[in-house]
Design a protein around this ligand. Sequence first.
Ligand code: SAM
Length: 281
Amino acid sequence: ESIIASPEVVHYVCKRFGIHMSKKLGQNFLIKRGVVDEIVHAADLNAGEPVLEIGPGIGTLTQGLAQSGADVTAIELDRRLLEVLDTTLAAYDNVRIIHGDVLKLDVPDIMNHKQFKVVANLPYYITTPIIMSLLESRLPIERMVMMVQREVALRMVAKPGTKDYGALSVAVQYYTEPDIVMDVPPKAFLPAPSVTSAVIRCVLRKEPPVDVVDEKLFFRVVKAGFEQRRKTFSNTMKTTGLSKEEIEMILEKANIDGQRRGETFSLQEFADVANAWHSIK
Ligand code: SAM
């Protein structure tokens, strides 16, 4: 039984420990049992399986994860919450709390270099840096199930040519297969955030969906493609430092019309450009 996930208990716990939620640290605690259950379900956890929770807060979601029998490691930055977590998670011997900043800690080391899953109700002020650093680190992650702002979830699943499509869409779709599990209204949190949230599940791919010879080059092209959204792709490619002639040669080789805008390019087209660039180097 999850015991914290209700408005009354979250109020009680915060009052008892004198916790004032910090806006700066993105502290919006879940108060709906149903949402905790959906997140745990989407994580598809097995007993003994390593799972990393980012930002356990007062332990609401952590309890749900612990009850699945998974081997839970939770990283929390706010020192004040450590004694709260000691109490709310006292009944579970399969939870380990680590104090620190998830962006600064040595995550592979903490997870013993084994495959793991990530589950989190993310602090919204650093959503994108956390997701990008997890993806780029190439850690052996099986999936990530995360609460994010709905607007960010839409960017992660966006298709070429839509207003939400950007560098985040390409990176997420290159490394994972993302899908939105559910929308979550502000009233599922205490305090209620100003925006609607969503739970997104990103299952890591075993193989990239397109052939890329040089990933660094691929992501440079993607970055350039979205750098100046109003410009043609030929023009915005100049931000990479290539000359006009080199860009023309690359586009011809890739068989791409440089008058198009980068935001209409599929992953395959970005890969074609990057591979053409690689071949003339
Ligand atoms: N998991 C809890 C829940 O669902 O109720 C709390 C989620 S709250 C949105 C985000 C949590 O992340 C807060 O507890 C906050 O203190 C923590 N946090 C913020 N920045 C962090 C960081 N850089 N590293 C680790 N935790 C962080």
